[in-house]
Ligand binder design. Structure first.
Ligand code: SF4
Ligand code: SF4
Length: 135
């Protein structure tokens, strides 16, 4: 059993189709929606946690790709430029997965890359622009 967090981008023509329910049923996956939104360009954005057998998970991802869903690669894409970070804490409440934590003793803001799902919400929220996306 594996568990992966993925960011899915749905083009406008796919938004009203039951692609996710078909995928999880067909490949026996469990899912948990972490975030869902529609961008001004009418693209659907879905951040999911998917759990299941590795082979079935891989098949499910291929099924989504073939259907036209774009899948963003994750955590390693968002990094913190430590030289820029001022430990202001603005990112702590913005992050939907709790990837930032304020250390009560040192008052430093710790960043746990493993929890990051690359949603990008911290990037505009960071005053000195310390959070960077790397593709
Ligand atoms: S918002 Fe930016 S500068 Fe402030 S703690 Fe978070 S990463 Fe550091
Ligand atoms: S991109 Fe930023 S806000 Fe989004 S999950 Fe990663 S650390 Fe949290």
């Amino acid at each position: 059993m594996i568990s992966r967090r993925v960011v899915l981008h749905f083009p406008s023509e796919l938004i009203d189709q039951p692609i996710i329910s078909n995928t999880v049923k067909r490949y026996n996956l469990e899912f948990n929606i972490l975030k869902a939104s529609i961008t001004p360009e009418e693209e659907g954005l879905l951040i999911l946690e998917l759990k299941g057998d590795q082979k079935e998970y891989d098949k499910g991802i291929n099924f989504l790709l073939k259907a036209g869903v774009k899948i963003q690669s994750l955590s390693q894409d968002v990094i913190r430029n430590e030289e820029r970070c001022t430990n202001c804490g603005a990112c702590v409440t913005v992050c939907p997965t709790g990837a930032f934590k304020l250390d009560p003793k040192t008052r430093y803001v710790l960043f746990d890359n493993e929890k990051c799902i690359a949603c990008g919400l911290c990037i505009p929220a960071c005053p000195p622009r310390a959070m960077e996306v790397h593709f």
